[in-house]
Write a protein that binds this ligand. Structure first.
Ligand code: GA4
Length: 345
């Protein structure tokens, strides 16, 4: 994606880390200290109420994040032809402006990499060995955080074993479906919006993530917005900007976790608005289960609290496998409510 012929688009990236924005994150946006007592309860509360939360005390070293971010910046700053050699994304590889296969567009360029087990898949090679090494290190850290969070979800919901959800995504030998996404959103100043019809304030259109869990990191450029008090069916939601904080991560509930908790947790709609002045770089780990995994409410949640002779809770969804859901997702438009066809009346 070329923004201006010269200087190179990435010269505008601010690599100076901003001070923590903890203070202005207040305003009702959920923060979970993963190392604190009672974190499991906080994780469940945040996922039920908001469908996302910010993670602090996550134990992921700055170096792990910094190395991959530097590699991403280096890749996106390389000549367009060099980037195009790794595209078009189908679905893996380098993509520019086109999102998915069905006509969605955004003001971004990205690299989508498949993960096989604990490292990048050989079937979607990284552009360089240094990016691959940094990505593998980062994926290791994200898998660790996904395990911690999903174990806390199980614990907080009273589901045993603790690994019931985590093992689907990061279990040893699980042929799970994980993705690493590196995004670069060039700035889109108002003047440019007039001159270049393609420069749109929509960085990445609103959507929910299909997987169980997504873990997002961004540099210090704002742009991410989440829907609060959302009712996807009624289209009733209020967009809130999530202040960027490179020292933290954001955990996002996906559609599959919504179904597995029979709607107790809600996948959250989110979007990215292009920044007027600065480049935004984000790195997202998506944790999905193996293709044949049945996506249905956890049995223990349906029978919890049911007394003798009482009827157990019914699933709110028709059953499907992750493979079926994923196939349907890739045929959908970004903003579609992908769970709607699976809702039971
Ligand atoms: C949203 C979450 C992840 O970024 C992603 C996206 C995927 C893509 O960019 O290729 C999809 C989108 C995402 C959901 C619907 C389909 C597929 C674009 C699109 C229009 C990698 C994913 O798994 O689903």
């Amino acid at each position: 994606m070329v923004v201006l012929a010269k200087p190179a688009a990435l010269e505008q990236i601010s690599l100076v880390r901003s001070p923590s924005v903890e203070d202005n994150f207040g305003a009702g946006l959920p923060v979970v200290d993963l190392a604190a007592d009672g974190a499991a309860g906080e994780v469940v509360r945040a996922c039920e109420r908001f469908g996302f939360f910010k993670v602090v005390s996550h134990g992921v070293g700055e170096g792990v994040v910094g190395r991959l971010e530097a590699e991403a910046v280096r890749f996106f700053a390389s000549p367009q032809a060099a980037k195009d050699a790794h595209g078009p994304a189908s679905p893996f590889g380098y993509g520019s402006k086109r999102i998915g296969r069905n006509g969605d567009m955004g003001w971004l360029e990205y690299l989508l990499l498949a993960i096989d087990g604990a490292s990048l898949s050989r079937s979607s090679p990284a552009p360089s060995s240094s990016l691959r090494d940094a990505a593998n290190e980062y994926v290791g850290a994200m898998r660790g955080m996904a395990r911690t969070v999903l174990e806390m979800v199980a614990e907080g919901l009273g589901v045993a074993p603790r690994g019931a959800l985590a093992d689907m995504v990061v279990g040893d030998g699980a042929a799970s479906d994980q993705i690493l996404r590196l995004n670069h959103y060039p700035p889109c100043p108002p003047l440019l919006q007039n001159l270049m019809p393609n420069c749109s304030p929509t960085g990445f259109g609103e959507h929910t993530d299909p997987q169980l869990i997504s873990i997002l990191h961004s540099n210090s450029t704002s742009g991410l917005q989440v829907a609060l008090h959302h009712d996807a069916d009624a289209g009733d939601h209020q967009w809130v900007t999530v202040p960027p904080d490179p020292a933290s991560f954001l955990v996002i509930v996906g559609d599959s976790l919504q179904v597995m908790t029979n709607g107790r947790m809600r996948s959250v709609r989110h979007r990215v608005v292009a920044n007027k002045l600065k480049s935004r770089v984000s790195m997202i780990y998506f944790g999905g289960p193996p293709l044949e995994q049945r996506i249905a409410p956890l049995r223990q949640l349906l029978v919890a609290g049911v007394g003798d002779g009482e009827e157990e809770e019914q699933s709110r969804y028709e059953e499907f496998t992750w493979g079926e859901y994923k196939k349907a997702a890739y045929l959908s438009r970004l903003g579609d409510n992908r769970l709607a066809p699976f809702h039971r009346q």
